[in-house]
Design a protein around this ligand. Structure first.
Ligand code: FE2
Ligand code: FE2
Length: 208
């Protein structure tokens, strides 16, 4: 067989080797710590999954506040979308979710968004706001780790981050008016459908 003169025809991973991934090796060669990234992604996925669960309870207890319920529902469903978006990437990188959901919940990268003992709207909005802030810190860190080294994870993380930043702005607006009577607009009106996830869904990206 003639030796190929195509520069990308071969590389460090031998032809036919299914125990290694060029998609990982290329990131390693650019200086990315794959082990660290995998662990942080599992922690981040755990935070999205548990937050989705806890937001279910928080939304229930915004009883009588239909506007707050709707916005909490958008943030809740979009966290599920974030979990769905990032989980396949964890497997592509050669890792996976913990077999035991208890382990998964325990290693979540953000605190549990518990229903407050005194579940007033102010108390619940405060929990929601701080959960969004933890998510922003989390996805910013993933963006920092992957910038220029792992375009695929960076793309997913930056799309999630855009929604987390919106979520923070929503809850600042609501808490500021509810607690302090001060107008701090978020620029938000409403999602077209509950939990529309304009950035973190896959379909429009695959079917342009
Ligand atoms: Fe999220
Ligand atoms: Fe969020």
């Amino acid at each position: 067989m003639a030796v190929s003169n195509k520069p990308h025809a071969t590389g460090k991973v031998p032809a036919g080797d299914v125990t290694q991934r060029v998609g990982v090796e290329q990131m390693t060669s650019r200086g990315l710590n794959i082990e660290e990234l995998r662990e942080k992604l599992i922690d981040a996925a755990g935070a999205e999954f548990t937050t989705y669960y806890y937001y279910t309870i928080l939304r229930m207890h915004l009883a009588g506040k239909e506007d707050y319920k709707e916005i909490c529902e958008d943030a809740r469903l979009e966290d599920r979308s974030h979990f769905e978006l990032i989980t396949p990437r964890i497997y592509e990188l050669g890792a996976g979710l913990p077999r035991d959901i208890r382990e998964f919940a325990d290693r979540a990268g953000c605190p549990d968004a518990y229903l407050p003992d005194n579940p007033t709207a102010v108390e619940i909005l405060t929990v929601l706001l701080e959960a969004e802030r933890c998510a922003i810190r989390t996805w910013n860190e993933i963006c920092d780790l992957t910038l220029g080294k792992d375009p695929r994870t960076y793309n997913l993380a930056s799309r999630i981050l855009q929604e987390e930043i919106e979520h923070e702005a929503w809850f600042i607006e609501l808490l500021s008016m509810e607690r302090d009577g001060v107008s701090r607009p978020s620029g938000h009106f409403r999602r077209g459908n509950p939990g529309d996830a304009p950035h973190s869904k896959n379909l429009p990206f695959y079917v342009p």
